[in-house]
Design a protein around this ligand. Structure first.
Ligand code: HEC
Length: 185
C-alpha cells in the first residue's frame, strides 16, 4: 500500500512538472519565439540559452515584465544589450510571475537538453526568415479560432441558402396562383 502511495505521488509530481513545462513551452511560443531562440542564435533579440544562469529569477521576472524600467533604473540586467540590439525595445510582457517562472523553467530545460523542434529545422534551412516563423507561430496559435470562424460562416451561408430557397419557393407559388387567377378571369 505504501509503495502504491509513493508511485501515485511520483506520478502526480511528474505530471504537474510536465504540465508546467508544457505551459512554459506554449507561453514561450506565443510570447517570445518571435524574437528569441534558445540555442539557435539571435533572432530579433538575443539567444536565451542559459540566460537563467546569467541572472537571478527575480531579475529575470522584472526584466521580462518591463525591460525599459530595468534599463532606466541603471540595473545591470541586460547591460548594454539595448544599444547592441539597435535600441530595439523588448515589449513589456503582461504575464504573471508564475507564468514567467514556467517560461524560465522551459528556457532552462531547453538550454540543458534541446529537443528537435521547429527551431532546429530552421537551422537546417537558413533561408527561413523571422517573418515566416512569426507567421507559423500566428497560424498555429489561431488555428482553432480560424476553424471556428470558418464553421460559423459556413453555418450562416447554409441558413441563408435555406432562407433563399424557401423565399423563392413561396414567390413562385404566389406567381403560379396569380397566373391561374388571371387565366380564370
Ligand atoms: C519584439 C521582440 C521581443 C519579444 C517579443 C521578446 N523579447 Fe526579450 N529581448 C528583445 C530584445 C531586442 C532584447 C535585447 C535588449 C533590448 O534591446 O532591450 C531582449 C532581451 C531579453 C533578455 C535579456 C537577455 C540577456 O542575455 O541578457 C531576456 C531574458 C529576454 N529578452 C526574455 C524574453 C522573454 C522570456 C520573452 C517572452 C515572454 C521575450 N523576451 C520577448 C526582444 C524581444
Amino acid at each position: 500500500m505504501k509503495t502504491l502511495k509513493i508511485i501515485f505521488s511520483c506520478c502526480l509530481i511528474s505530471s504537474t512538472a510536465f504540465s508546467f513545462a508544457q505551459d512554459g513551452k506554449d507561453l514561450f511560443a506565443i510570447n517570445c519565439k518571435y524574437c528569441h531562440s534558445i540555442g539557435n542564435g539571435t533572432v530579433v533579440g538575443p539567444d536565451l540559452k542559459n540566460v537563467e544562469k546569467k541572472y537571478s529569477e527575480a531579475d529575470l521576472i522584472r526584466w521580462i515584465k518591463s525591460s525599459q524600467t530595468v534599463i532606466k533604473s541603471g540595473d545591470k540586467t541586460g547591460n548594454g544589450l539595448f544599444e547592441q540590439f539597435n535600441e530595439i525595445i523588448m515589449p513589456n510582457q503582461a504575464l504573471s510571475d508564475a507564468k514567467i517562472k514556467s517560461v524560465i523553467a522551459y528556457i532552462k530545460t531547453q538550454s540543458e537538453n534541446p529537443v528537435v523542434t521547429a527551431n532546429a529545422v530552421s537551422q537546417q534551412a537558413p533561408t527561413a526568415t523571422p517573418k515566416q516563423s512569426a507567421l507559423t507561430v500566428i497560424l498555429s496559435t489561431f488555428k482553432y479560432y480560424l476553424i471556428a470562424i470558418a464553421i460559423f460562416f459556413l453555418t450562416i451561408i447554409w441558413v441563408l441558402v435555406r432562407v433563399i430557397n424557401k423565399l423563392s419557393k413561396a414567390l413562385s407559388e404566389e406567381y403560379e396562383k396569380k397566373t391561374v387567377a388571371t387565366k380564370i378571369s
